[in-house]
Ligand binder design. Structure first.
Ligand SMILES: NC(=O)CC[C@H](N)C(=O)O
Length: 215
């Protein structure tokens, strides 16, 4: 119900990505909690971020007063088109600081950028969904758990589909460089894995770094 700090990293015994701790700078992340998975917070912390979790209803203006280097919109259950208050909050934050959406957060970002979401026939559930990372051309095996998706055809120009689910061609990730936006429809933080997309947290750190250097 009120903001709190998160300081726990992935347990060193279970750390699988030896490069995550190479990020020298520490960035301040405000994480909007729509039903947040603790492992998202552990991965952000392992990548050197200092995280404050805020309730889903936290006003955008209050979040900005906390001087974030970046904002995370978390996963969460239910129909993303049924939470217009959250889309409004995301809209207010767009362009102000780098943002990263995971699952529900990705769907809220899609709507805030002008797109629409739809209910999938069966949804994606399980730990073995192949996703094409269009930027690298690599296939990443991913853990997924969603019943709704962003319709790429509804997105305005400038918004890039960065990841595609290879089972059905649906949108699995977005980027809008003009506003320092990145998002994934699935779970890069999945524990026990797959860990193929873990580096997305590193990309978020790089986004925050570039933004900080440019301001
Ligand atoms: N894991 C999630 O965040 C789920 C996203 C969304 N509520 C869906 O079912 O599509």
């Amino acid at each position: 119900k009120s903001p709190y700090e998160w300081v726990e990293k992935t347990n060193p015994e279970w750390e699988f990505n030896t490069t995550s701790s190479h990020h020298k700078e520490s960035y301040r992340v405000i994480a909007y909690d729509f039903g947040i998975k603790q492992n998202i917070l552990r991965r952000l912390t392992s990548y050197g971020c200092k995280n404050t979790v805020v309730p889903s209803t936290w006003p955008a203006a209050e979040a900005l007063k906390m001087n974030p280097d970046g904002i995370l919109f978390s996963n969460g259950p239910g129909d993303p088109s049924a939470v217009p208050y959250a889309v409004e909050t995301v809209k207010e934050l767009l362009g102000k600081v780098p943002v990263y959406g995971i699952c529900m957060g990705h769907q809220l970002l899609g709507q805030a950028l002008g797109g629409k979401t739809y209910k999938m026939k069966f949804g994606h559930h399980g730990g073995n969904h192949p996703v094409c990372n269009n930027r690298t051309g690599h296939v990443e095996i991913s853990a997924q758990n969603h019943n709704y998706a962003v319709d790429p055809a509804s997105l305005p120009s400038g918004v890039e589909v960065t990841h595609v689910n290879l089972n059905d061609g649906s949108c699995a990730g977005l980027s809008f460089p003009a506003m320092n936006v990145m998002s994934l429809q699935y779970h890069p933080e999945a524990s026990p894995g797959s860990h193929d997309s873990d580096n997305a947290f590193g990309e978020f750190v790089e986004l925050m770094k570039r933004f900080k250097q440019s301001t």
